[in-house]
Design a protein around this ligand. Structure first.
Ligand code: SF4
Ligand SMILES: [Zn+2]
Length: 168
């Protein structure tokens, strides 16, 4: 395999270190064809599928991925890239929902990203119901994001998908 032809960025292991033609990271580029330029990303040897889940993203970035981003030398650039490109996934220790909230609030700093994730972790750690009462109803109608409700909601979605695929 040769590195002479730069590839479009498609995942964390295909970072653009080899993409010498890529434009610099600037918010002004504002297009989804914009590339990111990160040297030695902490996610370089990880599975790209982990970063863009097939199912819906969880409200809290999986701890292992969050720890990698925390230690990554290119986190600020990665966050800017994820916001400008509109890519889904857990980039730079944020979820897509975080990035939408940051854009809406006009605050795209790493500090604000950490505040949003900390708030979501706190919310998730405290169920809105008695232990054992988590359910997809609590998740959907009352906004509980505890582990029980997340699991119940995921199970409900899986069941819906399974019944949709058998009815086709
Ligand atoms: S901030 Fe996270 S997702 Fe972005 S390049 Fe670094 S490790 Fe990868
Ligand atoms: Zn709950």
């Amino acid at each position: 395999m040769t590195n002479s032809t730069p590839d479009r960025y498609t995942g964390p292991t295909e970072n653009i270190q080899g993409d010498l033609e890529a434009p610099s990271l600037t918010a002004a580029s504002g297009s989804s064809s914009f590339w990111r330029r990160i040297t030695s990303p902490a996610c370089a040897d990880t599975d790209p599928d982990e970063w863009v889940p097939e199912d819906r993203e969880r409200p809290v970035v999986p701890p292992r991925l969050a720890a990698l981003c925390e230690s990554c030398p290119g986190r600020a650039e990665c966050l800017a890239w994820a916001i400008v490109s509109g890519s889904s996934g857990y980039w730079a220790g944020t979820t897509s929902a975080d990035r939408e909230a940051m854009t809406a609030a006009g605050n795209t700093s790493l500090e604000y990203a950490d505040v949003l994730q900390a708030a979501e972790r706190a919310r998730r750690a405290e169920p809105l119901h008695a232990p054992g009462w988590g359910s997809a109803q609590w998740y959907r109608k009352r906004g509980c994001r505890c582990d029980e409700c997340l699991a119940a909601s995921a199970a409900r979605r899986a069941k819906q998908r399974a019944s949709a695929s058998t009815s086709v």
